[in-house]
Ligand binder design. Structure first.
Ligand code: PLP
Length: 399
């Protein structure tokens, strides 16, 4: 079950925000339950009960390690990933026939899709603006028409790497003084050296929180929605499993791998976050140095903002981002033009547009994302190869 990290002296993987290699410890944990936990956890016989115990143990471990961001007694619904958890979070909170849902260009497309579904049901859907530092521009809004108001908060933006200011969010009320129900997408947010809890959320802020382990050494095909104790959730895929909140036979080995990945990430998150931040700073400083030597202007997106340590989005104004990514691919450096689900799209990253960056920066922005196995040797080699790419590429269109 062990998958090798896609890196060798020839290749440098800098696309961890899209997916990380499976950690060997996680693979071993999954392998250890492959036989023991194969049965359907809903089956009443001994094999089923054994699978159920493994599943519920994984659930309890994850809820215990990351649940205190939502308060005591948090519930946890396993899903297929963060896309489904986002959808369940937003649609599950939307109990009334009318209400208001707030999303922003920081969000993953799954949150926008859920908001569109609510709009089709007659809800008001508001796209909040972004400030220049990439955080939410909290506008004044009249009282929501209906019983519910749901605000989506993406803790770390996968396009810019900027971290949301959750204290400011906690202070936001609509003009009638009402608190919204807050759905948090924490998918890119586990490495945070500053916070005392894994996500550093003000107590009671989040009603629901989405997470997926394949962003930090865990398996793909599983995610979860944490649900605050006082919150009633409406299922999106009804069924008897997951206490009626998500139908479908649960993936026991994936859940066990998820729990192990969370244990490792939470135990090491401060150390890893500081190491990644140092590597990111080294990458940006060295790249700025070689670019200056070549007479090429580059800009680090969100350089002055609070950022997650693993994402560095760099604009190469005058260069085409797809061309940069293709040329670096040929050099064995694997990076991205934006989120993996949108890569290949000719649309620029929405968050960068909404931050009010110059068009030339938005069109030329490339995302480099680091992981726990990235080393200083990788970073230096990546910069050397980028220098070759930049020196080979045609002069800027406008230069
Ligand atoms: N939310 C954020 C912030 C993401 O970066 C991603 C994936 O990149 C997702 C949600 C979707 O995650 P998944 O691929 O597990 O569905």
């Amino acid at each position: 079950m062990t998958s090798e990290a896609p890196r060798s002296p020839e290749s440098i993987y800098l696309d961890h925000a899209a997916a990380t290699p499976l950690s060997p410890e996680v693979a071993a944990a999954m392998e250890s339950v492959r036989e023991e936990g194969f049965a359907n956890p809903s089956s009443p016989h001994a094999a089923g009960r054994r699978a159920r115990r493994l599943l519920d143990d994984a659930r309890d471990r994850i809820a215990c390690l990351v649940g205190h961001d939502l308060g005591p007694g948090v519930g946890l619904v396993f899903t297929s990933g963060a896309t489904e958890a986002n959808r369940l979070g937003v649609l599950g909170l939307a109990s009334g026939s009318r209400g208001r849902v707030l999303t922003s260009p920081r969000d993953h497309s799954s949150l926008g899709a859920a908001a569109r579904d609510l709009a089709a049901r007659g809800w008001d859907s508001v796209l909040m603006p972004l400030l220049a530092d990439g955080t939410l521009g909290l506008c004044s809004l009249p009282a929501a028409d209906g019983t519910s108001e749901i605000m989506c908060v993406t803790l770390v933006c996968s396009q810019s790497g900027t971290r949301e200011d959750t204290d400011r969010i906690a202070g936001w009320r609509d003009d009638a003084g009402r608190d919204p129900l807050i759905h948090v997408d924490a998918t890119q947010a586990i490495f945070n050296a500053e916070a005392s809890t894994p996500f550093g959320l003000p107590p009671g802020l989040a009603a629901t929180l989405a997470l997926a382990p394949h962003k930090f050494g865990g398996p793909r095909g599983i995610g979860c929605l944490l649900v605050r104790r006082d919150v009633a959730l409406v299922p999106v895929t009804p069924g008897t499993q997951e206490r009626g909140l998500r139908g479908g036979t649960e993936a026991v080995a994936l859940a066990v791998g998820f729990a192990r990945a969370v244990e490792l990430a939470v135990a090491e998150r401060g150390v890893v976050a500081r190491r990644l931040a140092q590597l990111r700073d080294r990458f940006e400083a060295r790249l700025a140095g070689v670019a200056a030597a070549l007479g090429v202007a580059i800009r680090v997106i969100g350089a002055d903002a609070v950022r997650a340590p693993h994402i560095s989005t760099i604009a190469f104004p005058g260069r085409d981002r797809q061309a940069v990514v293709m040329a670096t691919d040929l050099e064995g450096v694997w990076c991205a033009t934006g989120t993996a689900c949108a890569s290949g799209s000719s649309e620029p990253a929405r968050a960068l547009v909404a931050m009010g960056l110059p068009e030339a920066d938005v069109q030329a922005a490339v995302r480099f994302s680091l992981g726990t196995r990235t080393t200083a040797v990788d970073i230096d080699a990546a910069v050397d190869r980028l220098a070759r790419v930049l020196s080979r590429m045609a002069a800027p269109r406008d230069g």
